[in-house]
Design a protein around this ligand. Structure first.
Ligand SMILES: Nc1ncnc2c1ncn2[C@@H]1O[C@H](COP(=O)(O)OP(=O)(O)OP(=O)(O)O)[C@@H](O)[C@H]1O
Ligand SMILES: [Mg+2]
Length: 273
């Protein structure tokens, strides 16, 4: 078995400052479903935290609370010391079912937010150009969504989210519809951007390999009601590249996290504080 390598933080932390603090959060829907019960954990500035857990354990609900799109029933969520609603400017959300406007070209989809904010055209065009470059889509700026592959559409929605220059990125299963090769490429691309932009990230996925490859930490949620079952530091060195997936350490981490997740699915997990 591979020796566990020293884990280094990819982004230097300014201080031990939880950029996202989730404390004793319970979310009940009017229909009676308790989506989350007493969920607590923090995400430090510059961390990449993935949420794993069976369908219905409250992953999307939790991201929506952090984004200020929904409010808690009990407990508190703070983002950079503010309420999520007040912190909205810092946050970009890429949804599970991200859709582009079919009648707008790529560049006009990416620039939509800036148009709504009435940003002057030259500034808008320059920002859009930069963001398309970041995601490697300069060449398809004039195309319409129907002329793009699934991976390209995803990159357009990432570019659209980046236009507001967020510090915090919330991603809800952004690569679920992609084949494995494209997903691997997108993961590498996302890591490159994460390191360059020094974002704080919360990422939802059903893929253990994806979570291990990307994250500094993984939070495993258990369902009915949604609660934290495990919080795990990913024991894998940085930087992570294509080759990382071929290492024994990687395989070992995927195995370790998969076993924890299976325990949750089969109902063995005990709630932790
Ligand atoms: N707006 C809503 N009204 C009522 N119940 C809801 C609402 N949104 C979510 N729920 C319920 O809350 C629970 C958690 O849902 P959520 O979508 O957060 O799960 P999830 O972990 O994201 O699942 P998946 O992996 O399938 O995306 C589920 O039981 C769901 O039915
Ligand atoms: Mg979901």
């Amino acid at each position: 078995m591979a020796e566990v390598t020293q884990v280094e933080r990819p982004v230097k932390l300014a201080a031990n400052f939880p950029e996202i603090a989730i404390e004793g959060v319970t979310k009940k829907f009017r229909e009676g479903a308790t989506a989350l019960e007493n969920v607590s954990f923090g995400v430090e500035k510059g961390e990449f935290v993935s949420l794993l857990g069976p369908s219905g354990c409250g992953k999307s609900t939790l991201l929506k609370l952090v984004a200020g799109l929904s409010s808690v029933t009990e407990g508190t969520v703070t983002v950079n010391g503010m309420t999520p609603k007040n912190a909205r400017e810092l946050v970009s959300f890429i949804f599970q079912d991200a859709t582009l406007l079919p009648w707008r070209t790529v560049e006009r989809n990416v620039g939509l937010g800036l148009e709504l904010e009435r940003v002057a055209r030259p500034t808008r065009e320059e920002t859009v150009r930069q963001m398309l470059k970041v995601v490697g889509l300069e060449k398809v700026a004039k195309r319409y969504p129907r002329q793009l592959s699934g991976g390209m559409k995803m990159r357009v929605s990432i570019a659209r989210a980046l236009v507001s220059r967020p510090r915090i990125l919330l991603l809800d299963e952004p690569f679920a519809a992609l084949d494995e090769m494209s997903r691997d490429r997108m993961n590498e691309e996302l890591l490159r951007l994460y390191l360059e932009q020094q974002w704080t990230v919360m990422f939802v996925t059903h893929s253990v390999a994806e979570a291990v490859f990307l994250s500094t930490r993984i939070v495993i949620l258990a369902p009915h009601p949604g609660r934290v079952a495990h919080v795990e530091e990913v024991r894998l060195p940085w930087p992570r590249t294509e080759e990382t997936r071929m290492t024994e350490e990687f395989e070992h981490e995927v195995g370790r996290i998969s076993r924890l997740l299976r325990g949750v699915k089969s109902g063995e997990a005990r709630e932790v504080a």
